[in-house]
Design a protein around this ligand. Structure first.
Ligand code: HEC
Length: 193
């Protein structure tokens, strides 16, 4: 029983008799355990380059086709359904019927000092930075830094006709407007939801 060599000892003896690494037909690159498979690679080394350039060209062509298929890109106008367009325009000016009070209100504002202090969507030249941007002003429950209620046209009218009387110490001056002008200005501001 004791005359038989143990199996594990036998295996060890076999391995130590094997040829040294340098004589084995192995190409070792970059450390023990890494084996260079490139000789067995079914693809030539240039395959990656060709595939990469091909994929790049394909994505450029697909991009161009999609771009030119989109009417919004070609016409320069936003595409989409009325609802989508409405969402984009939210806070900005909606199309106003010519001759309506709101339409005239925008024209009146364009001739007043409001434009020097406020950025107002739909009013050409209204790019002022002194006061708040009036985009979406009709949708704000409070204005003038939260000091003034804004629950409808009457509140806006009161504010514009007498800022300092509504919020003492405010930096917004009273701009002289006739009652008719004021009503139209407010009608326009109410469209900035
Ligand atoms: C000299 C600059 C100036 C001019 C001119 C001016 N405003 Fe203002 N406006 C302000 C300032 C500053 C505020 C902020 C006031 C505050 O918070 O006390 C303001 C606030 C407002 C608000 C409230 C906005 C918010 O969200 O709080 C409205 C509406 C408004 N202005 C409309 C007008 C209109 C319409 C005109 C022209 C008839 C006008 N303003 C002219 C400076 C100006």
């Amino acid at each position: 029983m004791h005359s038989e060599p143990e199996p594990s000892t036998g295996a060890l003896a076999q391995r130590s008799e094997a040829a040294p690494l340098s004589q084995q037909h192995l190409t070792l690159t970059g450390g023990v355990g890494l084996f260079d498979h490139s000789a067995r690679d079914p693809f030539p080394a240039s395959a990656g380059l060709i595939a990469g350039v091909g994929a790049l060209l394909l994505s450029a062509v697909v991009g161009f086709v999609l771009f030119s298929m989109n009417p919004a890109m070609v016409s320069g106008k936003a595409g989409g359904t009325a609802n989508q367009l409405g969402a984009v325009a939210a806070g900005g000016a909606t199309a106003l019927a010519p001759g309506s009070p709101a339409f005239e209100g925008a024209q009146i504002i364009a001739t007043k000092p409001c434009t020097g202090c406020h950025t107002i969507p739909g009013v050409p030249g209204a790019t002022g930075q002194v006061g708040p941007n009036l985009a979406g002003v009709a949708g704000r429950p409070k204005i003038a830094g939260g000091a003034v209620n804004n629950s409808g046209p009457d509140d806006l009218k009161k504010w514009i006709s007498d800022p300092a009387g509504t919020k003492p110490g405010t930096a917004m001056p009273k701009v002289p407007l006739t009652d008719d002008e004021l009503n139209k200005v407010v009608a326009f501001l109410e469209t900035l939801k």
